[in-house]
Design a protein around this ligand. Structure first.
Ligand SMILES: [Zn+2]
Length: 197
């Protein structure tokens, strides 16, 4: 490799990150090299640790560094309320808003006949198991307001009908909007004004 080959390789990898293109990756790498002690070395260490330990919670699908995540482990979160989200980013958005005190269930996507994504691929069987084993009284469907999100919400509602109170986030979630892009106040309002299904 040339004397800049490794650095170019790092820039190419950084450019693959969401929100970063080749230009900003180049700028970020230059910044990291200049702040080697303050940023680059701690970042490299943190990445190595996360690469070795990050995994999905066996219960809910959240990402953490243990088999069971902190939320599932916390007795305080056993409120009987379970919030169903599509993606870990949505869970983190809800946590950032700080209004929901129960537990989560991360589906890992939406139903899609086109991409052959069925209930088995989405942790829906696990969701149904949890209703009984964790004494869940309310399931809040916080799926995105996309066609796929709403199709998935209807499927889950059909599966759980009569077993548990079913609600969904109120208006405030824009059509096609993803939870992760909403500000905390909008998420809080949508949760407080949730409606029965
Ligand atoms: Zn969990």
């Amino acid at each position: 490799m040339s004397s800049t080959g490794e650095i170019e390789a790092l820039i190419d990898l950084m450019a693959k990150l969401p929100g970063l293109g080749p230009r900003s990756a180049r700028r970020a790498v230059l910044h990291l090299i200049r702040k080697r002690a303050l940023l680059l070395t701690p970042l490299a260490d943190a990445m190595q640790t996360v690469a070795a330990t990050a995994r999905e919670c066996l219960n809910c699908g959240n990402v953490g560094t243990g088999d069971i995540c902190d939320i599932c482990n916390s007795e305080k979160r056993a409120t009987g309320e379970l919030c169903v989200v599509e993606d870990v980013a949505d869970l983190w958005a809800m946590e950032r808003a700080g209004v929901f005190k129960g537990r989560y269930h991360v589906l890992g996507g939406t139903l899609s006949a086109l991409d052959s994504v069925g209930p088995e691929e989405l942790r829906i069987p696990r969701l149904i198991d949890r209703i009984a084993s964790e004494q869940i009284s309310e399931v809040i469907l916080a799926l995105n307001a996309t066609v796929e999100g709403q199709t998935t919400a209807h499927y889950i509602a059909d599966q759980l009908e009569g077993q548990v109170r079913l609600t969904s986030l109120a208006q405030g979630v824009p059509i096609g909007g993803e939870l992760d892009y909403l500000d905390d106040g909008t998420i809080s309002a949508a949760l407080r004004a949730r409606k029965e299904l």
